[in-house]
Write a protein that binds this ligand. Structure first.
Ligand code: KIV
Length: 279
């Protein structure tokens, strides 16, 4: 068995932050998906996924935890290295787990490890105004950053539940201001989780950097899902914004076909539909 990406996928040029900006400018949708191991990394690359996220969702789908809070930098490092070696032309984004970016020095130390030891090309961190100094420092040191706003699962115990963020007008304005501040601080992508579709569209239009949505409607520059939600094998509750492409897509009879169906649906703009979005 080989986990080497197919020659077809390898022959395409690598996905870079410059290319992602170009895709936004050209109105070409960005396809992002999580993976945690080499075998799935190869499948994602072959299916045409642009960006692979080694998310701290691994706490739930790999480790069986209740939340992402117990995930450590060693956990993300291990899975990033598993993915990066077989990522082909995809851009590899590694999640910075709970408390791993609590101050600038800690963030620089952990982001360096994810890139040098893990092979990541970009790091993702949850937060708003309070993480701006960290985003700025990472960017100044040449570390590409994906800012994660809206619902922030690492703060679940503070939030008290998984809820749509930014429904009230003042919260919507605050989220827009947060996204703009992140861009100004040097973020290369803004990921929005569980925000009303109209707000996500407004934020997308206001930014030069690409936005990626999950539960943020169809007008983001790209979409991301947790791989195991897409395959319908996440234990327990499946979020409303997720679609099981293995069971529900008539063209998908196996995992590679389900991944291709996801790539096609995002590229064409048929996913997410209104049933996966919030108002
Ligand atoms: O950890 C994760 O998988 C995420 C999702 C938003 C895709 O952050």
């Amino acid at each position: 068995m080989s986990t080497t990406p197919s020659s077809n996928a390898n022959s395409e040029s690598p996905v870079t932050v410059t290319r992602l900006r170009g895709m936004k400018a050209d109105g070409e949708k960005i396809v992002m998906l999580t993976a945690y191991d080499a075998s799935f990394a190869v499948q994602l690359n072959d299916a045409g996924v642009h960006v692979v996220l080694v998310g701290d969702s691994l706490g739930m789908v790999i480790q069986g935890q209740q939340t992402t809070v117990p995930v450590t930098i060693e956990d993300v490092l291990y899975h990033t290295a598993c993915v990066a070696g077989s990522s082909g032309r995809m851009l590899v984004v590694a999640d910075m787990p709970f408390m791993s970016f609590r101050d600038v020095d800690t963030a620089l130390e952990n982001a360096s490890r994810l890139m040098q030891e893990g092979g990541a090309h970009m790091v993702k961190l949850e937060g708003g105004q309070h993480v701006l100094p960290v985003v700025e420092a990472l960017a100044q040191h040449g570390i590409p950053v994906c800012g994660h706003i809206g619902l922030q699962p690492q703060s679940i115990h503070k939030l008290g539940g998984y809820r749509v963020q930014g429904r009230e007008p003042e919260m919507a304005d605050a989220l827009l201001a947060e996204a703009q501040a992140m861009e100004k601080a040097g973020a290369d992508i803004i990921l929005m989780e569980c925000v009303p579709a109209s707000l996500a569209a407004r934020i997308t239009a206001a930014l030069a950097v690409p936005t990626i949505g999950i539960g943020a409607g169809p007008d983001c520059d790209g979409q991301v899902l947790v791989l195991y939600d897409l395959l319908g094998i996440t234990p327990g509750h499946r979020p409303r914004f997720a679609r099981d492409f293995l069971t529900n897509d008539p063209t998908a009879s196996d995992i590679p076909a389900a991944l291709r169906a996801y790539v096609k649906a995002v590229t064409e703009g048929s996913f997410p539909g209104s049933e996966h979005s919030f108002s």
